[in-house]
Design a protein around this ligand. Structure first.
Ligand code: ADP
Ligand code: MG
Length: 353
């Protein structure tokens, strides 16, 4: 009965138990079977509350949730297991309105829960940093126009060329700052809603990079051609990937190499299923990895490379990866990196419709 209906739950890492109106077990996903060290076959039709010896999740509480059609969260549930250590769980009970299912119960190890919360906190912190930088950039940009204009007026009054060099410095530096501030401030444009083929994005980036770095780099592709198209902003996605691949190319070329040792960048795409991105669950997502065999990200900045103005390069702005991350987040995705000497892999995961 109904196993097809619940098959979507079976891939989840979170333990899920489904109960009917009489609070008997209709389904447990494999993660729940592992958690309770019991098999669905033996438990189907059994009253669920009996699993908890101490009655922490007793039938009355569940029946109440059913009667009120209001779920509840128990953030710290202790599950005693015969012959094994007790488990500390966070549990979410949700009434559902389906013919053969009445309550859905999710269990997470507290530790797993904490990790998710810490990640959420990190994202909040990052957003606060961005906000601060945006405000600061606004404050810096506003007086720049005045500075530049005054330097120009002053320049017209000067008849000595050696003095005009000074006003030129003011004007040039004001322009440079202006450009930097513009780049700090642009990523707020809301993304467009194009139909985007990720492989077209990759191919575009590949040809741009090969034009910019005609020697010393090979770009390999390992595409999963079954990947469906995604909805998003083509230009933003190209820029996002371009920034990563350009960094890889720069890192590869900065390192002196033996003539027979080539710098290689690999673009790899895959399907990912049942992922949680930015607090939302997605059935289907795409994974794009950019892997290079360069020197790796220096340890001094490894934890901060997505922060604005963090650069390990002479003359770098430290904005490339910040923009990339912003664009990926605009698309509901995440980006992460793993790096060691000889292998740096950026991995971005984007939800698919
Ligand atoms: N593939 C890579 N290999 C080594 N270092 C990298 C790689 N990608 C990024 N980095 C480091 O991260 C820093 C930040 O990159 P980014 O945000 O694009 O700023 P920028 O390129 O202007 O320095 C780079 O300066 C570089 O030190
Ligand atoms: Mg860069």
């Amino acid at each position: 009965m109904g196993s097809a209906m619940f098959s979507g739950l079976d891939l989840l890492a979170t333990a899920v138990v489904v109960l009917d109106r009489s609070l008997a077990i209709v389904h447990m996903n494999p993660a729940a079977e592992t958690l309770f060290a019991l098999s669905l076959r033996n438990l189907r039709g059994q009253p669920f509350a009996a699993l908890f010896a101490d009655g922490a999740l007793h039938a009355g509480r569940l029946a109440q949730a059913l009667a009120d059609t209001r779920g509840f969260v128990d953030p710290d549930l202790v599950l005693a297991r015969p012959g094994r250590d007790a488990l500390h769980l966070n549990c979410v009970v949700t009434p559902v309105d389906a013919p053969e299912a009445a309550l859905l119960i999710e269990f997470r190890h507290i530790e797993q829960q904490l990790r998710i919360e810490r990640e959420a906190q990190r994202v909040t912190q990052l957003e606060a940093n961005r906000e601060l930088i945006r405000n600061l950039a606004h404050e810096i940009r506003n007086p720049l126009g005045g500075l530049r204009g005054s330097a120009q007026l002053l320049e017209r009054e000067l008849d000595r060329a050696d003095l005009r060099e000074y006003t030129q410095v003011i004007i040039k530096e004001a322009d440079r700052l202006q450009a930097l501030m513009d780049r700090l401030l642009t990523p707020n444009r809301p993304p467009l809603d194009d139909v985007v083929n990720i492989h077209e994005v990759c191919e575009r980036v590949r040809s741009l990079i090969l034009a910019e770095f005609p020697r010393g780099i090979r770009i390999e592709r390992d595409y999963d051609s079954s990947l469906p198209e995604l909805r998003g902003d083509r230009e933003q996605l190209i820029q996002a990937v371009l920034n990563i691949v350009r960094n890889a190319a720069q890192a590869l070329l900065a390192e002196p190499r033996a003539p027979d040792e080539e710098g290689v960048i690999e673009l790899r795409t895959r399907v990912a299923r049942q992922v949680t991105l930015a607090k939302a669950r997605h059935k289907l997502a795409l994974e794009l990895q950019v892997i290079d065999n360069g020197p790796g990200i220096s340890a001094a900045i490894r934890d901060r490379i997505f922060y604005p103005l963090v650069s390990g390069r002479e003359g770098g702005s430290g904005l490339g990866l910040t923009l990339t991350q912003t664009y990926v987040q605009h698309h509901g995705g995440v980006i992460e990196v793993e790096s060691q000497p000889g292998r740096t892999a950026f991995r971005m995961v984007l939800p698919l419709p």
